[in-house]
Ligand binder design. Structure first.
Ligand code: ADP
Ligand code: MG
Length: 381
């Protein structure tokens, strides 16, 4: 391979394909017919709350969990029956999991030794992997002599040393503090630029990590794939209430479709951007969900006769129930027609106070229609 770092997958570019993969434990399905393709060289984030099946999906690719149905393909080959060490993968888990009695260089060499790589090649690849992760100076140390962030770099070096076509990362930054996390995110992005042919499946419950790093995000909830798209697509046009609430923060308004093509929330007439193709508008009278991001709501000036819907601007009147100052914004909690809204408005000199009647506005273009009424459990997503 001719990757800039010289350590791209020995088998060439290899994507991952989940072909209706299910996993069950004692009759409970924890992964339900997952269909998902990670293209060669793509960074795919698997995003979902705790218990949604992310780690299970990753372990099915690695070969540590046997699917109860379906197939796993790597680089176009069915690997469902292969042991982990024959799948061409590298894996990093949350808790560094380095061998405490082995020096850094021995830890990094571990996978190569297990594969009976010739001695001279082992030292060359160990040096290369440590170089890439910025850990060359620490080769002779033991894990206990390293910080958490350094240990995780060594774990990444160990995964890279076998020159995997596919890198599997399971919440690799969650044990690090916030500052280190953001530095390591940048490091991972750089590593991927050096190894552009390597596919990465990145498991996380952290939307910022997913939005920052991934080419595409697959959203998992309750064992099922809910949504999949680029960060921009999922944020701008989520297809489900769950995605809307999990990727970014969202006001999910339960509204009724009106025969004029708009919607009603109590007395307020609302319009949303024209439907994305293929997403049919609901029949008049049907319940629907409109998603508006808190930062896209504006506080109408008291004097201003809040422009009407004719101008493509929606107006929601309501009562302030709380005000939170967050440094760069004020978050207003507003009760409008029995629904709780969150509005993030720029740091105000004179913020409204609880009990005040206010008007919030948003552009039709900034609202997204979601199919159906809102599932109760997604309400606080
Ligand atoms: P996530 O990584 O998204 O937090 P997991 O894939 O670890 O979720 O787990 C999904 C579900 O499967 C959870 O309900 C978990 O308790 C269950 N589970 C995971 N591993 C096992 C196991 N070895 N035996 C039984 N249940 C398991
Ligand atoms: Mg997990």
């Amino acid at each position: 391979m001719s990757g800039a770092g010289g350590a791209a997958g020995a088998t060439g570019a290899s994507g991952i394909r989940f072909d209706r993969v299910s996993v069950s434990y004692g009759g409970t399905t924890v992964l339900d017919a997952l269909d998902l393709t990670v293209e060669p060289g793509e960074v795919m984030a698997l995003l979902g709350p705790s218990g949604s099946g992310k780690t299970t999906a990753l372990r099915a690719v690695a070969g540590f969990v046997a699917p109860s149905a379906g197939r796993v393909l790597i680089g176009g080959h069915d690997v469902t029956g292969l042991p982990p060490y024959r799948r061409g993968i590298g894996m990093v888990v949350q808790q560094y999991a380095l061998f405490p009695h082995l020096r850094v260089e021995q830890n990094v060499a571990f996978g190569l030794r297990a594969r009976r790589t010739p001695r001279a090649e082992v030292s060359a690849r160990v040096a290369e992997a440590l170089e890439m992760t910025g850990m060359a100076a620490y080769a002779r140390r033991y894990p206990r002599e390293l910080s958490g962030g350094q240990q995780q770099r060594v774990a990444i070096a160990r995964a890279l040393a076998v020159r995997p076509g596919v890198l599997l990362l399971d919440e690799p930054l969650s044990a690090l503090d916030a500052r280190l996390r953001s530095g390591m995110l940048a490091e991972l992005a750089r590593l991927h630029r050096e190894l552009p042919h390597m596919s990465i499946l990145y498991v996380t419950h952290d939307q910022i990590e997913a939005l920052t790093l991934a080419d595409r995000i697959a959203v998992l909830d309750q064992a099922r794939l809910q949504d999949c798209g680029t960060p921009h697509e999922l944020y701008r046009t989520p297809r489900t209430a769950f995605t809307a609430g999990f990727v970014g923060s969202a006001n999910l308004l339960t509204v009724r479709a009106h025969e004029d093509g708009g919607f009603r929330l109590g007395a307020a007439a609302l319009r949303v951007a024209p439907d994305t193709p293929g997403r049919a508008g609901p029949a008049p009278g049907a319940e629907a969900t409109v998603c508006v991001r808190p930062h896209l709501l504006r506080l109408a000036e008291a004097a201003e006769p809040a422009a009407g819907p004719g101008a493509g601007v929606n107006v929601l009147r309501g009562t302030v129930t709380g005000v939170q100052w967050r440094g760069h914004t004020h978050r207003l909690l507003v009760d409008s027609c029995g629904q709780q809204l969150r509005a993030d408005v720029g740091d105000l000199r004179q913020p409204p106070q609880a009990g005040d009647e206010i008007a919030l506005t948003f552009h039709a273009e900034d609202a997204v229609l979601l199919p159906g009424g809102l599932a109760k459990e997604a309400r606080h997503g």
